[in-house]
Design a protein around this ligand. Sequence first.
Ligand code: ADP
Ligand code: MG
Length: 476
Amino acid sequence: MAITAASVWSKCLEFIKDNISDQAFATWFEPIKAIKLDEPILTIQVPSKFFYEWLEEHYIKLLKVSLQKELGPDAKLVYSIVMDQNLSKADPYTVKIPSSNKEKLKPQELNAPMNIESSKVKNPFVIPGLQKLKIDSQLNINFNFDNFIEGETNRLARSAGKAIAKRPGGTSFNPLFIYGGVGLGKTHLAHAIGLEVKEKHPEKTVLYVDMQKFIQQYAEASRSNNRNDFIHFYQMIDVLIIDDVQFLSGKKGTQDVFFHIFNDLHQRGHQLVLTSDKPPVDIQDMEQRLISRFKWGLSADLQIPEYDLRRSILVHKLEKDGLDIPEEVVDYIAKNVKSNIRELEGALNSLMAQSLLNKKEITLPLAQKALANLVKHHRKEISIDYIQKVVCEYFKIPLEKVQSKTRKRDIVQARQLAMFFAKQYTNASLASIGSQIGKRDHATVLHACKTVKNLSETDKIFKGYVEDLRRKIGAE
Ligand code: ADP
Ligand code: MG
């Protein structure tokens, strides 16, 4: 019986089938067609370059052994890569696999025993004249650059994002890896980049997806045996933005597929933007080869916002919503809600809600009350010692004076203010405050608190002291 491409290949398949799972066989071998035999060279047709890479990486040994069994030690395999379905009219092109490793596409990526000649590699997606699929970018128009306020703590990430939006894939920031804690603006920035790319480069296909969705999509695709469709879909994206890549941690299968999609896009100069709640090195259970790729471009962090940025964000938001609240309230929020921007916005919203609900004007006391829960958390850091220090510095008097028995008026005043703020900003009891500030009893502290309250309501200058001190004590 004459041997044909089909007969050789079916013998190979028998062998391969015995050596891998049914699932893998169905996914990676059933779609292959043997199209030509020119002994000892067998040409097989695979649906995509990705497919070819996957075979090279995972099944090359198996392919080699099975092929040599049929065609002898000089057996060679040639891949012909075509797009299936709608792209089938395009010219198929062939990648030859020489048995020598001399010509490698990218040494760190393709080190399988058989390799492709780099000059022959083209990607099916860039074949001119092909209609690209219209893809919904999943971008939120509210998260744009106009709304993304610049500050010290986000400048690098923001300007890298801007640069990318100008020339996606054309900068050395590929991938752009944005990391930072919760509520610091990663998602917002990711959308802003996508939106600006679309505005500046309407022809580019942009996609925003969060990693959890990507993982879920891949699981579904695997279940329904549509891995190839999944992969093809992602290979069509010019600017792929994946939010929260830390969720890839521990997901071996998805890491694998993501690695190949990443490589494919990166090799073709497509832009990747990734966000994570931690820097690449700190992501647990992530393959090393992925971590190293995350570091190829630029890693930029979003840090905890500084006071000026917090304040600008509040002012911007108030302006946008056409709201007007007293400066001192804006200051108060900006000073006290420090941990992240989501909390900052939450504080403002909850204050607005309370004022609306109770039909009360927004004042500092209302803000203090409304935000008590949020702010208390930060108050713990303020100690009685710290308050005394701030007060003494403010009035330019030595600490020992406040601690002494002296009843000189200016010293008494400073002491009373220190007690008042200690009561407000610490959880210490009256007795404990008294013992730490000049060895007084609890009644003295209580009296001090009342006096400060009264005076700040009747005496403008004194009120000024209270406000200044509050700001200084609240500041970082
Ligand atoms: P993350 O993804 O890092 O957890 P988000 O991007 O969801 O954070 O940001 C939390 C909130 O803070 C969002 O409402 C976002 O619009 C807002 N935000 C973050 N950074 C800024 C900024 N620089 N200017 C204005 N708003 C910001
Ligand atoms: Mg986010």
